[in-house]
Design a protein around this ligand. Sequence first.
Ligand code: B4P
Length: 193
Amino acid sequence: MFNLILFGPPGSGKGTQSEKLVEKYGLIHLSTGNLLRAEISNQTKLGLEAKSLMDRGLLVPDEVVIGMIRSAIEANPGARGFLFDGFPRTVAQAEALDRLLTEKKSSITTVLALEVTREELVQRLLNRGRTFGRSDDSDPEVIRARIIEYENKTTPVADYYRQFDKVEQIKGEGGIDDIFQVLCDRIKNRQEA
Ligand code: B4P
């Protein structure tokens, strides 16, 4: 199996690049943000609990997202691989994902880490808030809280994968197609290594 993680702060282009990557490589796209927003729009108990955290820019508890990812992996037994978008966001999630993939006799192939300055992140998210009305994109204080959660709880995930030499750092500023090309080049290098 061929499994990618698209890693980066909120607004770094994970969702944007994921759509292009899954199409090119025939992967199943697993975005925990999208899975949580589906729970919210279906007004499930899980969704209502998640919404109050997401609206404050806080992470949803590990056991909730790990359970969602486990179900999604098990629902796709014939997949040629998965693209994990916005997951894992804590070291506990990364360890749980390793265990899940080991059960399937698989592992993470590469972690693609997008780097974008804080100023650019805030601008992109406020812009999306104005365009699409996502509640966690509209308030600068909530955006700030999301970036702080990322710096405190999610950046250690990159260090976790660095110890296994799985991380590719990529500049996430510039044209969307140019960034996609760099992502594809890095994947190719890894496949040939
Ligand atoms: P997500 O849905 O993952 O939201 P996100 O981090 O903002 O990334 P997204 O993929 O949507 O945006 P993108 O960077 O593509 O998470 C939302 C919330 O869910 C979290 O705050 C948390 O509460 C919860 N959650 C999700 N997963 C969790 C987990 N594993 N554990 C715990 N909690 C979890 O794009 C942003 C904008 O930038 C877009 O408008 C796009 O058009 C624009 N853009 C992209 N690339 C660009 C470029 N090159 N130039 C200019 N603009 C660009």
